[in-house]
Design a protein around this ligand. Structure first.
Ligand SMILES: Cc1cc2nc3c(=O)[nH]c(=O)nc-3n(C[C@H](O)[C@H](O)[C@H](O)COP(=O)(O)OP(=O)(O)OC[C@H]3O[C@@H](n4cnc5c(N)ncnc54)[C@H](O)[C@@H]3O)c2cc1C
Length: 545
């Protein structure tokens, strides 16, 4: 245990030290009044490649830091199974992700509010984004400065990115220097969650300072196996560490922050979920809730590959000893170059139909290429561009396959099962190809490898997406917030029908945000902590006469 003077009973137990969980561990211990236990299934974040931004490509297949999930065969993808990496380490997925800092559109949160979730409109959540942020460009009405989450510009421009941004302009997508500004639309460089050229996960920004406090206990390599209930009140948890089963008591609340796959799994293992599924696995049903594990959403992206005319891609750097040595030196001395970049370098948010109010697709320009995500880089200069629909209509599920907590659940996003998603990805692919064919990019492209020249009709595009598309790593909504019959948590993130039990992570999003999901998970952790503390003080403050 990391803290001092702590026994087996706490005020709050937080499960999962990920993007949201680390925020909670920090904020709930800040006053010194509450004793908090943070349980994390993974270990410490000591590996060098966690901290060097480009190292995320090495963590795709590393079982020491990654749950290495995979989807069930996908019905619309010819039965292909799609990799589903998730962080299993301090910082959770914020320790293995692509580092891009995107909040989503203001309209996403207004939509959450519109669905009946009071307190989640954009003006309600903006203060939490600002409170979290340490924005390199300083504070203004949309950005924060001095917060725990460091957000930095890329260290230097790159000629291919410049050409891509210019090509977007030629195709009618304006240049922007801020995807988190008053409008998301445009093409430009991404900002990254880094500081001094190193990854800035929530384990770094939030957890590390909180671990100095005597009222926080952190247990690593601790797999929470069950939430313990007394009637409909969560009173503690059971967890497995080093082959032994431990019990911890929560006097105030248990908060699930295990992420979009593990939070619903843990609820189901604890008897909260679809009754027929639980009975099938011999689990006593505490509450029959069909929504637990339902409504899985994710961003599915199609990928275009190019052979580049110049040796200016990551493939070239990684493919030669000299390239690696120069890159290593530049990084060591100046924190610059390819080692300092994340999943994308530049990108764009665009509308496939000018009549739309806001962008419906996102492009990422990635300065490397390989046959599939996480695989060996091509031995020639190559890069890729991706496109994903931002507001998928397809809904999937997470369901336990076994009563054994160590067994992975069945994960099926059911990508592109909605016609709207198939239409949107085809429209997005056509728009991306239009961009990639602009004159600004001509001098850098020897050959378009995919889509091949024979890809011309809508059905050709769709087939390409089916055959080679993959996840953009943004699963959400499996413990959805709302007031309807299948919603799992209310607008204060309390599990419906239960006392002292909340969920705070990507799983509560009513709909996936229109962009990358880490920033929104941090915001959820920030907002959840305020609600938890406000509810605690309401309980202890005597009513005014
Ligand atoms: C490869 C990859 C690239 C990505 N790139 C980006 C990007 O560039 N930008 C962006 O914004 N987003 C990106 N994302 C998505 C983003 O990182 C996630 O949406 C976000 O981190 C999810 O936060 P969370 O709090 O919901 O869960 P997580 O951060 O995944 O945290 C869950 C934590 O709970 C722990 N846990 C789970 N079950 C248990 C249990 N039973 N007991 C104890 N501990 C448990 C896990 O080990 C983990 O540490 C990426 C994700 C991945 C995987």
């Amino acid at each position: 245990m990391g803290g001092k003077r702590l026994e087996g009973s706490f005020d709050y137990i937080v499960i999962g030290a990920g993007s949201a969980g680390c925020v909670l561990a920090n904020r709930l211990t800040a006053s010194g009044k509450h004793r908090v236990l943070l349980l994390e299934a993974g270990g410490e974040d000591r590996n060098l490649w966690i901290h060097v931004p480009i190292g995320f490509v090495k963590l795709f297949a590393d079982a020491r830091y990654n749950w290495l999930y995979s989807s069930e065969p996908e019905p619309e993808l010819h039965g292909r199974q799609i990799i589903q990496p998730r962080g299993k380490v301090m910082g959770g997925s914020s320790s293995i992700n692509g580092l891009l800092y995107i909040r989503g559109q203001a309209e996403d949160f207004d939509h959450w509010r519109q669905l009946g979730n009071a307190g989640w409109g954009f003006t309600d959540v903006l203060p939490y984004f600002r409170r979290a942020e340490d924005q390199e460009r300083g504070a203004d009405e949309l950005h924060g400065f001095g917060g725990p989450l460091s957000v930095r510009n890329v260290s230097e421009p790159h000629p291919l990115c410049e050409a891509f941004i210019e090509a977007c302009e030629q195709a009618g997508i304006p240049r922007t220097d801020d995807f988190n500004g008053s409008s998301q639309e445009g093409a430009g460089y991404f900002q990254l969650t880094t500081r001094n050229g190193r990854r800035w996960s929530t384990a770094r920004g939030y957890l590390a300072p909180a671990r100095k406090r005597g009222n926080l206990a952190v247990v690593s390599n601790a797999l929470t196996t069950r939430v313990l209930f007394k009637n409909r009140r969560a009173v503690g948890v059971e967890y497995r560490k080093g082959g032994a089963i431990h019990t911890a008591r929560a006097n105030s609340e248990v908060i699930l922050s295990g992420g979009a796959f593990n939070s619903p799994q843990l609820l189901q293992l604890s008897g909260v979920g679809p009754a027929d599924l639980l009975q099938q696995h011999g689990i006593e049903v505490i509450a029959d809730m069909n929504g637990v594990g339902a409504d899985l959403q994710d961003h599915y992206e199609a990928r275009f590959y190019y052979r580049c005319t110049e040796r200016i891609t990551i493939n070239d750097m990684m493919g030669s000893m000299t390239g690696r040595a120069v890159a290593g030196l530049r990084y060591a001395l100046f924190r610059k170059g390819f080692l300092a970049i994340g999943a994308g370098y530049a990108g764009a948010f665009a509308r496939t139909d000018p009549k739309m109010a806001t962008p419906d697709v996102q492009f990422h320009l990635i300065l490397s290429s390989s046959d599939a995500v996480g695989q060996k880089l091509h031995p020639w200069p190559g890069f890729l561009a991706t496109v994903c629909p931002l507001r998928p209509e397809s809904r999937g599920f997470v369901r336990i396959k076994s009563a054994d907590p160590a067994q992975a659940p069945a994960i099926q996003p059911r990508y592109m099962t909605a016609q709207g998603d198939r239409d949107c990805i085809v429209a997005g692919m056509k728009l991306l190809r239009h961009v990639m064919r602009q004159s600004a990019l001509k001098r850098y492209i020897v050959e378009e490898l995919a889509p091949a020249p024979k890809v011309v009709s809508d059905s050709n595009y769709l087939e390409l997406a089916r055959q080679s598309g993959s996840t953009a790593f943004h699963p959400t909504s499996t413990c959805r917030m709302g007031g309807d019959a299948t919603a799992v948590v209310d607008e204060r993130l309390r599990v419906h029908g239960f006392e002292s039990l909340r969920v705070a992570d990507a799983s509560i999003m009513p709909t996936v945000v229109s962009g990358n999901t880490n920033a929104a998970c941090v915001m959820i952790g920030e907002k959840a902590s305020d609600m938890i503390l406000a509810d605690a003080s309401a309980k202890t403050t005597p009513l005014a006469a």
